[in-house]
Design a protein around this ligand. Structure first.
Ligand code: C2E
Ligand code: MG
Ligand code: MG
Ligand code: MG
Length: 262
């Protein structure tokens, strides 16, 4: 117990220094069109390499950063980095969207909307080329505040996604009143396909479609899962079957090869 506390304190101390020491990078994972298999978007995923601790998983450090109030600043760096990268890729003629995860703390800050607006303008990007992902549980934290804020972001034209859908027990009636454009079915439902989650996914896709949402299945690892999810009507897939999160240079090579082949 005491060791856990000490480890967490050490982690937050190191996290405070990580930005200025340039220890963060972004990895990019493809989202592919369910029918054509083409890469239509990338999700930017934060990576932290510490000289002594090595690679620390986001599942471990993001909750700590959030708890100690560091996720606002880190999240701003992610936004800036991912948007600048998208602009470079679009300038190379790559037709991509960029999905960026947004933390609870970023939703609390007064300047998220103006920050996104400023970044889009500075890089001459169309708002619809950027998709902000908010987890279902984050979206439930302060419902009326969240709905208002997402409304402002949507008014800019950015796409909005509910991430990890199905894990937050929010109920569809609440979520569908949010001005979102995409729903990501959580990996746990994809894993549970062989244990009978198919009807749940089918019903979710059907309802999401009725509300005009794009449906993405995350964590697709097996061809059997791909087949079942395609039959359910999912629009896009993300998962190791199509590509792991990789550094910018690596995904760029893949994207340029696909562009040349097209
Ligand atoms: P997420 O947004 O749901 O991202 C998907 C996670 O699932 C990523 O883990 C990705 O590597 C992993 N994944 C994708 N496909 C597969 C698959 O086929 N199999 C398996 N086993 N895993 C798969 P990662 O990169 O470790 O990130 C974990 C979570 O940390 C993310 O979940 C997201 O909630 C959070 N996160 C990552 N980067 C950021 C960020 O920049 N800002 C914020 N606020 N949160 C972030
Ligand atoms: Mg995400
Ligand atoms: Mg997710
Ligand atoms: Mg997830």
């Amino acid at each position: 117990m005491q060791n856990d506390v000490r480890a967490e304190l050490e982690l937050q101390g190191e996290l405070r220094l990580a930005l200025e020491r340039r220890q963060f990078t972004l990895a990019y994972q493809p989202k592919v069109d369910a029918h054509s298999g083409a890469i239509v978007a990338l999700e930017a995923l934060l990576r932290w390499q510490h000289p002594r601790l090595g690679w620390v998983s986001p599942a471990r450090f993001i909750p700590v950063a959030e708890h100690y109030g560091l996720m606002g600043e880190i999240g701003n760096w992610v936004l800036q980095e991912a948007i600048a990268q998208l602009a470079r890729w679009r300038a190379m003629g790559l037709a991509l969207r960029m999905s960026i995860n947004v933390s609870p703390q970023q939703l609390e800050s007064d300047d998220l909307v103006s920050r996104v607006y400023t970044l889009l303008n500075a890089h001459q990007l169309e708002a619809r080329q950027v998709c902000l992902e908010v987890t279902e549980s984050t979206a439930m934290l302060r419902p009326s505040h969240t709905r208002a804020l997402l409304g402002q972001l949507r008014a800019l034209g950015v796409e909005l996604s509910i991430d990890d859908f199905g894990t937050g027990h929010s109920g569809l009636s609440y979520l569908y009143r949010l001005p979102v454009t995409e729903l990501k079915i959580d990996r746990s439902f994809v894993i549970a396909l062989d244990e009978g989650s198919l009807p749940v996914i089918e019903a979710t896709v059907k309802m999401a479609k009725a509300y005009g949402l794009r449906v993405v299945a995350e964590g697709v690892e097996l061809p059997q899962q791909q087949q079942a999810l395609l039959a359910c009507g999912c629009d896009e897939f993300q998962g190791y079957l199509f590509g792991r999160p990789v550094p910018a240079a690596e995904i760029e090579t893949i994207l340029l090869a696909a562009q040349a082949a097209a």
